[in-house]
Design a protein around this ligand. Structure first.
Ligand SMILES: [Fe+2]
Length: 219
């Protein structure tokens, strides 16, 4: 069945999810490419993070140019009357091993880019709450013209005290974050600059791999 995409959801619901973004062949190619990239890498603090030029020789470097992804990203920018420079992007391959889980548990933050496209590649599917589910309080940050005010808001939400607050019942009551179990081979889009997001605890020795493209650096 063809996915029906409502572009307005990026503002109304704060998130757009498209399942089965790649065909089976493409998705297994992406998986083997990632395996090649990480096989000789050592994890630091429980994770392997490859950024931009680290991905240069691989097909991941230009994956966002695939028609399905490029089209929806373009439509979101058009819908919100923003100019998109698709080359202005920040690429991250993020591999979590669950061996420094506490650090990544409820690691809420805002991105420095307008739009975030997340491609879940490998997601644990155990029957407990430790699969590193995605958490998001969508579109809660107002964007100010003054960079300093935007930075101040970011620091208000990203400091040691805030990190403790995120693990309390009060945070959940006030901000009501949405919890999503990411589907492998899907595309999850959200406004990363305006949405407070992070992930749930990941169980020890569980691998969680996501590929992220961030579009349009905010000034
Ligand atoms: Fe992020």
């Amino acid at each position: 069945m063809k996915n029906h995409i409502r572009i307005e959801d990026i503002n109304d619901k704060g998130i757009i999810v498209i399942n089965n973004i790649f065909d089976n062949d493409e998705f297994s190619k992406i998986n083997s490419e990632i395996n090649k990239l990480i096989q000789n890498k050592r994890s630091k603090n429980g994770k392997i993070v490859l950024i931009d030029d680290d991905l240069k020789e691989s097909l991941l470097f230009e994956l966002y140019k695939k028609n399905k992804i490029k089209t929806v990203v373009n439509e979101i920018f058009n819908h919100n009357k923003l100019q998109l420079d698709i080359e202005d992007n920040y690429k991250v391959l993020r591999v979590l091993t669950g061996n420094n889980s506490d650090n990544d548990n409820q690691n809420y933050h805002f991105d420095g880019y307008y739009l975030t496209a997340m491609l879940p590649i490998l997601i644990p599917k155990e029957k407990d709450n430790f699969n590193g589910d995605f958490l998001i309080a969508p579109n809660i940050r107002h964007v100010y013209k003054h960079k300093k005010i935007n930075l101040l808001i970011k620091y208000f939400f990203q400091n040691k005290i805030a990190k403790i607050f995120y693990k309390t019942i009060f945070f959940n009551k006030i901000f009501k974050p949405i919890k999503i179990s990411p589907q492998e081979n899907s595309l999850i889009l959200f406004k990363g600059f305006e949405s407070l997001h992070g992930s749930e605890m990941l169980g020890k020795n569980r691998t969680r791999i996501t590929l992220l493209y961030h579009f349009n650096k905010m000034k």
